[in-house]
Design a protein around this ligand. Structure first.
Ligand SMILES: NC(=O)c1ccc[n+]([C@@H]2O[C@H](COP(=O)([O-])OP(=O)(O)OC[C@H]3O[C@@H](n4cnc5c(N)ncnc54)[C@H](O)[C@@H]3O)[C@@H](O)[C@H]2O)c1
Length: 437
């Protein structure tokens, strides 16, 4: 029997369609152009810099991931997207104040050539923003049709067969899962009736999936994390993934917490606070958008520490997350963690983390990896939720009834084992008894 999965060729162009062309999107797009020109390296990207061990440790087979699985070449990526502001990608990148002018000037023509399409936007879902570059339509279904037309035109203009959509737009207000999200029929009825529980991000996702474009969600909005979208993804045989890029403080949390738990150190409290001054920070200053982020950020520790299994160590631990909008910092966020832990006989200790990070610099490589892996998944015939991409998300989507895996190291093992599975290689269990026989 042949091992591995049949994967269609990665040759030809790959379209990347991005709703929300702000700090993350411009840093990502400018970065890919810079890498293509040899101006910088794609640091932080597993697909570009990562390796994968195959077979036994003694085999010494450790190829680059991009040489092991058939991924689209960076030269073949074509970009498009939507925003509520008309700025081209050069103006938007200058405005985002992440990359410096000398870098941006070297790729200025490529960035100036890219202008966002008018967005599907409604201020009730992102209260702190208001832009005029938006679509109008009597119903949400009509807006979805306009987005589908945009996708079709983008494909025709660039002669593209394959595309991936990655949500990099602002965090929408918190929406509870409700009846309109439960089935595709109910959702389509809701689109026609302008149901308020259908947010703009869901309209983009609906359009993408209908055009057989895989959809990854970089923000904490529900978006594709509802049964109706999972049903549509299965029906159209398209991969989906989400939600919320795991970049700064949550990345640190999912690195540190598995360490404490591995050593059976107790945690009595974890206080996390952030200051940031970019547009994302301004949007998150609104309590309803912050609520989406808070729910996404709070889950990780509970799942990693499993207080129900370790009541002596973690029962009732206090977890608080704060985000404070502080304009002088721009995109250069500061995230503090105060962690109260305890050891032998309950003696208390503290760990302090002060992460002076750059939000979009951390997010850009995740956008690239997700684009390439979502396209790989589609070519490998995968559809519905791509749990193997949990590595990239603060609040990973999983099948109904499963709990999400948050531990960064388990997530990485799962991702690499999925790649080995695709290519018919043995999965790595780390048992290793054979070396001692
Ligand atoms: N940077 C990170 O580390 C990080 C981590 C996790 C999640 N995120 C999420 O990624 C998203 C992007 O972050 P950012 O820093 O680039 O924010 P940003 O504010 O710079 O960019 C978001 C862009 O989306 C646009 N927009 C809003 N609603 C839209 C709509 N309906 N259609 C099209 N465009 C729309 C805004 O005009 C803006 O230009 C945010 O939701 C953020 O929470 C970022």
């Amino acid at each position: 029997m042949e091992k591995g999965v049949k994967i269609l060729s990665a040759s030809g162009k790959l379209g990347l369609l991005i709703p929300g062309m702000g700090a993350v999107a411009t840093t990502f797009i400018a970065g890919v152009h810079a890498v293509r020109k040899g101006i910088g390296k794609p640091i932080g990207s597993l697909t570009q810099m990562g390796t994968i061990r195959l077979g036994k440790r003694t085999d010494k087979r450790v190829p680059m991931i991009k040489e092991f699985v058939p991924l689209s070449d960076l030269a073949n990526l074509v970009f498009g997207g939507w925003d509520i502001y008309e700025d081209d990608m050069y103006a938007a990148a200058i405005n985002a104040r992440v990359l410096e002018s000398p870098t941006l000037d070297l790729i200025r023509p490529e960035l100036e050539n890219l202008k966002p399409m008018p967005a599907v936007f409604d201020q009730r879902y992102v209260k702190r923003l208001n832009g005029a570059h938006v679509k109008n339509g009597p119903t949400k279904m009509d807006l979805a049709d306009q987005l589908r037309k945009d996708i079709q035109d983008f494909r025709a203009e660039h002669d593209i067969r394959r595309a991936v959509m990655i949500w990099c737009a602002s965090t929408e207000v918190y929406i509870e899962r409700g009846p309109v999200h439960e089935t595709l029929d109910a959702f389509e009825m809701g689109l026609k009736n302008n149901d308020p529980a259908i947010a703009p991000s869901m309209i983009y996702a609906y359009a993408a999936l209908n055009e057989e474009v895989p959809f990854a969600n970089g923000a904490p909005n529900l978006t594709v994390d509802i049964p109706a979208m999972i049903e549509l993804a299965k029906k159209k045989k398209v991969p989906i993934s989400g939600k919320d890029f795991k970049t700064g403080q949550t990345l640190m949390k999912t690195i540190l917490a598995p360490g404490f738990k591995s050593r059976l150190l107790g945690v009595s409290g974890w206080f996390s606070t952030n200051i940031l001054g970019n547009r994302d920070g301004e949007v998150l200053d609104d309590p309803d958008s912050f609520k989406s982020k808070e729910v996404s950020k709070l889950g990780a520790l509970e799942y990693i520490l499993q207080p129900e299994l370790y009541p002596d160590l973690y029962k009732g631990f206090y977890h608080k997350v704060r985000i404070n909008y502080y304009p002088p910092r721009g995109d250069n966020k500061e995230g503090w963690d105060n962690i109260d832990i305890f050891g032998w006989l309950g003696y208390p200790m503290q760990v302090k983390v002060d992460f002076l990070c750059r939000d979009s610099i951390l997010a850009a490589p995740l956008v690239l990896d997700l684009a390439l892996f979502m396209d790989l998944a589609a070519r490998a015939g995968m559809n519905g939720i791509q749990e193997w991409l949990s590595f990239y998300f603060k609040s990973p989507m999983v099948a109904e009834g499963l709990y999400p895996e948050h531990d960064l190291f388990i997530q990485l093992k799962k991702l690499k084992n999925t790649l080995r599975h695709f290519m018919g290689e043995d999965l790595i269990t780390h048992l290793g008894l054979e070396y001692y026989e």
